[in-house]
Design a protein around this ligand. Structure first.
Ligand SMILES: O=P(O)(O)OC[C@H]1O[C@H](O)[C@H](O)[C@@H](O)[C@@H]1O
Length: 488
């Protein structure tokens, strides 16, 4: 069955669950108060009990709200305009040419995915060339690559961190502060080369970021739901505020679809219910995300955080242990290249999986000569043909005449498709996944908006670091202690 919405379509045919069966399943699994909870989510009133705050990312689906969020005076559009026009000068009077976003998790994955996916939609009002880079990893691996190719005098750093306390981000920032020292003073650097994006205004002020360079967003916007907020600054720097606004419009259209479409026609609800069905009835523990357009190649990484950090839980809303399966393992990769790597296992391996194929049917290439345009259009068709074919093989197995047991098939999949990738259809796609995750969290009666496991891991890492730094003599276990000893 194909379900359409303004910007995104979903084909559920290869799930092999007919609509009556799905309706029965929904009647059993969707709680009676689902409509009320969905309305609360869309109005920013859903309550995240463990963190004692509301959940408000859906309120960020308009540029007006991005500008007035948090401290109510974000210079978001002005900053975007000045940087993109080459009018933002560094402390020594030279225009900024490179922007480095330092952030991790939700402060990295969404902005990176969006900037990469939507690059070609840049408003052409900027003649100035601005390159946007991303640095996230605590090991400094990305700084090693970026620092040699940028110049302190013409580089601006976005320090993106909801909490403004994440060690990974602060460690990268510390190294950058050392790196600029031979060229700029700390005062010069802070005055023209740093923008802070955070829900923690006090921490940005304490760090020394001038108020006009602080972009704020609400504490109630979860990190993995924050690309619609000022955290999306790298996307806006890549494509301009107007196009960024169109991305928000696409998400808004999906919010309305989620709110109003009946169950049979509701894309996020179908995704959610079929996902729960695959998890519970078919006992499939993983979902492969397979985008067939190179611009969406970071989608699997993004969805890993969105889905696994939200619904990878064994504790229900009331704090009781859960004894049923919850969110699946999300993995995947760029489909066309996956065909030459892990698809062999998908077609003939032992394990069960389900998949989301994501396709873009057409792609315009107006900047190229007609012959090249034609070549690129053919390539897009080639990718779509491969997407459709592999999806068929995974569901139907071998064609007539071939040894069927060599290609079992029966691997259920969704096909999410858009006619063209645009800021709107991209926004709708991401919002559809957000609402799928929300719906599944409600069905499993867990809090999709906290992340206690991550926080526990952070605390344990601090204890190990203290031992490595010689501030503590705690012993852990034979394996850990041996590595610690070797390192010291
Ligand atoms: O934006 P920050 O506060 O620096 O947090 C960055 C990331 O930190 C943790 O790992 C959280 O689990 C993520 O949800 C969050 O996105």
């Amino acid at each position: 069955m194909i379900i359409e919405s303004d910007f995104l379509n979903l084909d559920t045919t290869y799930q092999g669950v007919d609509i009556d069966a799905l309706r029965d399943f929904a009647a059993k699994r969707l709680p009676e108060n689902f409509d009320k909870l969905r309305t609360q989510l869309l109005r920013g009133e859903f309550y995240n009990a463990t963190e004692d705050r509301h959940v408000s990312h859906c309120l960020n689906r308009s540029i007006h709200n991005v500008v007035t969020a948090g401290n109510g005076k974000n210079r978001f559009c002005t900053i975007v305009r000045e940087l993109r026009a080459g009018k933002w000068l560094g402390a020594t009077g030279k225009p900024i040419k490179d922007v480095v976003n330092i952030g991790v998790g939700g402060s990295d994955l969404g902005p990176m995915m969006g900037s990469f996916a939507l690059k070609e939609f840049a408003d052409d009002n900027s003649l100035h060339h601005l390159s946007v880079h991303f640095v996230s990893s605590m090991d400094g691996g990305q700084l090693y690559a970026v620092l040699p190719i940028v110049d302190p005098e013409t580089t601006l750093f976005i320090i993106a961190s909801k909490s403004f306390g994440t060690i990974d981000t602060l460690a990268n920032v510390d190294t950058v502060r050392k790196w600029i020292e031979s060229t700029l003073t700390q005062e010069q650097w802070l005055s023209r080369h740093v923008i802070g994006v955070s829900a923690n205004n006090q921490a940005m002020t304490d760090f020394g970021i001038p108020p006009a360079q602080q972009l704020s967003f609400a504490e109630s916007v979860g990190g993995r739901f924050s690309l619609w907020s000022a955290i999306g600054l790298p996307i806006a720097l890549t494509i301009g505020s107007n196009q960024f606004g169109r991305m928000l419009d696409g998400a808004k259209a999906m919010d309305e679809h989620f709110a109003n479409a009946p169950l049979e026609q509701n894309i996020p609800m179908q995704m959610a219910l079929l996902g729960v069905y695959n998890r519970e009835v078919r006992e499939i523990n993983n979902l492969a995300v397979l985008p067939y357009d190179g611009r969406l190649r970071y989608l699997p990484n993004y969805l890993q955080q969105l889905d696994m950090e939200s619904n990878g839980k064994q504790c229900d809303f009331e704090g009781n242990a859960i004894d049923y399966p919850t969110g699946p393992i999300i993995w995947g990769g760029f489909g066309p290249n996956g065909q030459h790597a892990f698809f062999q296992h998908l077609h003939q391996g032992y394990d069960k999986f389900c998949a989301d194929f994501v396709a873009v049917l057409k792609r315009a290439a107006p900047d190229f000569e007609p012959a090249v345009q034609e070549g690129l259009a053919e390539q897009q068709r080639l990718a779509v043909a491969n997407c459709l074919a592999h999806r068929r093989l995974m569901w139907f197995g071998a064609e007539n005449g071939e040894a069927r047991n060599h290609y079992i098939g029966n691997h259920p999949s969704n096909l999410l498709f858009v006619d063209e990738l645009t800021p709107q259809s991209f926004g709708a796609l991401i919002a559809a996944y957000e609402h799928k995750v929300f719906t599944q969290g409600v069905i499993w009666n867990l809090n999709s908006f906290d992340q206690p496991g991550v926080e526990k891991g952070k605390k344990l890492a601090q204890e190990v670091l203290k031992v490595l730094d010689g501030q503590s003599a705690t012993e852990f276990d034979a394996s850990t202690d041996a590595i610690v000893k070797r390192l010291k």
